[in-house]
Design a protein around this ligand. Structure first.
Ligand code: UDP
Length: 484
């Protein structure tokens, strides 16, 4: 039997590359197969800043033997959705599809010409054209969904019969929609793509979601499915844990073969990949881990709004005042590319025992015993990392899937969802109130801490030998092995 060669392809964002790298590392470790990760040149050059050329391939990197072979999406210097206008966002979408498809096809063909043909394309969220490229070449393909299963169900049903109803009620936050297999969802719990209908940047971004789901439809209707022998339904690997989303998984996807394999988080499983960072952002050199070491158990508030957010000056001011009001020590990530002016953003350092960093090793921070609360925008990676580390959350969702993720957090009892105004700003008083709700010595806060600890244990069990995610990954590998 030919040696397997998985080609994992990811969108150039930190929140996409992290779960892609972690899956690549897990595949390499569990199977001994060749694993290649393909990300856009804009991110590849930031992951490996010392390369002679920005698109130079990297083999046998210090993270378990994964090869990195980039594609170009026509924006090798990068593209920031929220720094652009609607027209630029649509142009980006068009270029991304056209150039990405061509250069990714080049990657696949080059690997074949070198005698290492790809035997399975794992296309992560938004990489819809990679499925086309695989299909044209008869290569089995599987979608890697890097958001919760609930979110996949919402998008899937929205695009299969519910779009009109949701659009008609887009302006009514409390209106509820009952989609198959899902609990009634209020409009306010659904992705901002469905409600901010006038924002052309959001429509451009949503185009990628729509076309990703369309790939499943194409494979569903085809007689050869997604090219995996004996598998009639398109297969989707989901970065979630069966136990977290049992009901949705059981009843929302009659037309898909869903395998929850999460949490797929690099440094959690302590694999080879954990040793090498290769983040898109440079880690802050401040000794924040030593700073955490000196803090009492459960005393620190960790604040981060992820890798893409543009946090307004007013929002930063509210955070600063809210944290000051709690008088608790805090570690706050303000990315270098999201600073307004040096004065304002550095003003927090030292005040009330706070530390502001440009970028940190978030999973290590969340795993630290001193962290008692995570104020988060609820990107799915951050949410799942917090669950896996048992860190109680204050959810302050901003856009995309984050409102739905925040609802899940509240539902699992591992945090609270903060109220924000129409402009999405989390005000100082509400921030302080929510932080106290999960940190102070009350029965309510103790219950959140107990739930967080209990979910942490369940989620760790899922990825351990014989756990649900471990079994699901093995089921995927068995099916793929039958094709090679
Ligand atoms: N992250 C990190 N250091 C930081 C801030 C964030 O390593 O200082 C990581 C975090 O662990 C997560 C990713 O960046 O894996 C952010 O992904 P998420 O889905 O939470 O949000 P996005 O950035 O896509 O909005």
């Amino acid at each position: 039997m030919a040696r397997q060669h998985f080609l994992v392809v990811a969108y150039p964002g930190q929140g996409h590359i992290n779960p892609a790298r972690a899956l690549a590392a897990r595949l390499a470790r569990t199977t001994g197969a060749h694993v290649t990760l393909s990300a856009a040149v804009s991110s590849h050059r930031r992951m490996f800043p010392s390369l002679a050329a920005p698109d130079e391939e990297v083999h046998d990197a210090d993270d378990g033997g994964i090869s990195y072979v980039p594609y170009s999406d026509g924006y090798d210097e990068g593209f920031r959705l929220f720094a652009s206008d609607g027209e630029a966002a649509w142009k980006n979408t068009e270029t991304f599809g056209r150039v990405g498809r061509e250069t990714f096809a080049g990657v696949v063909d080059r690997l074949a010409a070198r005698g290492r043909p790809v035997t399975c394309v794992v296309y992560a969220f938004l990489m819809w054209w990679a499925a086309d490229v695989a299909r044209e070449r008869g290569i089995p393909r599987v979608l890697y969904w890097i958001q919760p299963a609930t979110m996949l169900a919402v998008y899937y049903h929205y695009l299969h019969g519910y779009e009109q109803l949701v659009t008609e009620h887009a302006g009514e936050p409390e209106f509820t929609v009952a989609m198959p297999g899902l609990p009634p969802m209020a409009i306010r719990d659904l992705p901002s793509f469905f409600t901010d209908l006038d924002d052309t940047r959001l429509s451009a971004a949503f185009h990628g979601v729509r076309t990703t789901i369309e790939q499943l439809d194409i494979d569903r209707r085809s007689s050869s499915g997604s090219g995996i022998a004996g598998a009639k339904k398109p297969m989707v690997l989901v970065n979630t844990v069966e136990e977290l989303e049992l009901d949705v998984l059981a009843s929302s996807f009659p037309e898909l073969d869903i395998l929850p394999i999460g949490p797929v988080v690099t440094s959690l499983d302590g694999g080879e990949a954990a040793k090498a960072s290769h983040d898109l952002y440079k880690h802050d050199e401040k000794a924040y881990m030593a700073w955490l070491d000196a803090k009492p158990v459960g005393s620190v508030v960790y604040v981060s709004f992820g890798s893409m957010s543009v946090v307004s000056k007013r929002q930063k001011e509210e955070i600063r005042r809210g944290l000051a009001a709690t008088a608790r020590p805090y570690l706050w990530v303000v990315r270098k590319d999201d600073r307004d002016d040096a004065d304002g953003d550095h003003a927090g350092d030292g005040d009330h025992g706070g530390m502001v960093v440009e970028w940190c090793d978030q999973v290590r921070v969340l795993s630290h015993r001193a962290v008692g609360c995570f104020v988060t925008h609820c990107g799915w990676n951050s949410t799942l990392e917090a669950v896996a580390c048992g860190a109680p959350m204050v959810a302050a969702p901003q856009w995309s899937d984050q409102d739905t993720n925040a609802r899940l957090v509240a539902g699992w009892g591992v945090g609270v969802r903060a109220a924000t105004g129409a402009d999405r700003v989390l005000e100082a008083g509400e921030l302080a109130r929510c932080v106290e709700t999960v940190m102070e010595e009350t029965e309510e806060a103790a219950a959140v801490r107990r739930n967080s600890a209990a979910w942490k244990a369940k989620v760790r069990e899922a990825v351990a030998e014989g756990g649900s995610s471990d079994r699901n990954l093995k089921a995927f590998l068995d099916r793929i092995a039958n094709v090679a």
